[in-house]
Design a protein around this ligand. Structure first.
Ligand SMILES: [Zn+2]
Length: 331
């Protein structure tokens, strides 16, 4: 992360603090504006995603269900702020660290809400991933998969005259069911994993080419504050940072394909791509040591229609270990 953007995103109480202070914001309630809150989840120890919540006149809307343990982390924090009922839990997409906590919210009176694509993704991947996650996560094993039951094909607005939250599907990105929560009055965007702020991009269920276009659409909203799916809260420029990362990655792989490089050549260049992208200050924080090979392969697949041959790929067991350490998004 470049120093300038880090300082900007920490504007406020931690304005002059460095990275250590950013870490301190994990698991803290972060008030953004009257009735609007952000909460940076502990991905490192518990695989939790970030959350938000908006206190309307009569109810609370929570952004992302999180894992069951993540839901239980923020429930008392919301209760400490308001006695109003928590009516809705918006799943930004189908991944376990954003949706598996739905049952916890239902048990507390809320209804899970999502873009219709989330249901399609759940049909595609569940209950296999849930069962896999339950093997290593007691919170998942003790709960049950609860799909969202209020669905919207493109957009859904919550507006009580005081607060307005627009749930928007702007296109395929991190998954085929991503939606974001846009607060036009406050110019705050809760992006889900369509935009993260750090080395958290998982590309397996999405489409990098379309993702770039979706980020372009998100940029047009004109957000001043971006609450990403993972990593610290940022300013509007975070959307462009993430877009640039994918754009540069795609350009590199595309140039190699055009030059007639073989999958083995391209895989062999992952270290060089990593060094090149890390050298660019604006996007360096997005470069994942363990995940870049998968991202390169995904882009290669989108450009050529074929995956890397098995013998070219990194050991699958290594990737699964990585996935397990990062919230089992691969399962
Ligand atoms: Zn995700």
């Amino acid at each position: 992360m470049c120093d300038i953007s880090r300082r900007t995103l920490l504007a406020g109480t931690a304005a002059l603090a460095g990275l250590a202070k950013a870490q301190d914001l994990v698991n803290r309630v972060d008030p953004l504006s009257p009735g609007v809150y952000f909460h940076q989840g502990d991905i490192e120890h518990h695989g939790h995603c970030n959350n938000g919540w908006i206190v309307f006149k009569d109810y609370v809307l929570v952004i992302d269900a999180n894992f069951p343990s993540g839901a239980r982390e923020i429930l008392p924090k919301i209760r400490a702020i308001t006695p109003k009922p928590i009516r809705f839990a918006f799943d930004t997409h189908h991944h376990g660290d954003h949706l598996y906590g739905n049952q916890v919210w239902v048990d507390n009176g809320a209804t899970p809400v999502a873009h219709t694509g989330v249901i399609e993704e759940l049909k595609r991947y569940e209950p296999g991933r849930w069962n896999e996650a339950a093997k290593s996560r007691p919170d998942v094993a003790a709960s049950q998969l609860k799909p969202p039951s209020v669905l919207f094909p493109r957009e859904l607005f919550f507006d009580d005259g005081e607060h307005r939250v627009e749930l928007l599907h702007l296109g395929v990105a991190h998954t085929h069911g991503d939606a974001m929560a846009w607060l036009p009055k406050e110019r705050i965007l809760f992006s889900g994993d369509a935009c993260v702020n750090g080395p958290y991009n998982f590309v397996g269920d999405g489409d990098v080419g379309k993702w770039i276009a979706t980020l372009d659409a998100a940029k047009k909203l004109g957000a001043q504050v971006v609450c990403p799916g993972h990593g610290p809260r940022g300013v509007g420029a975070v959307l462009e940072d993430q877009r640039l990362f994918f754009s540069h990655l795609r350009d590199r792989v595309s140039a190699m394909v055009q030059a007639g490089k073989t999958p083995r050549d391209i895989y062999g260049s992952v270290g060089q791509i990593q060094a090149d992208l890390t050298a660019e200050a604006r996007i360096a924080r997005y470069v994942s040591k363990d995940g870049l090979a998968d991202q390169v392969e995904k882009v290669y697949q989108e450009l050529t229609g074929t995956t890397f041959p098995e013998d070219v790929k990194a050991g699958k067991s290594a990737r699964l270990r990585h996935a397990r350490a990062h919230a089992l998004e691969l399962a």
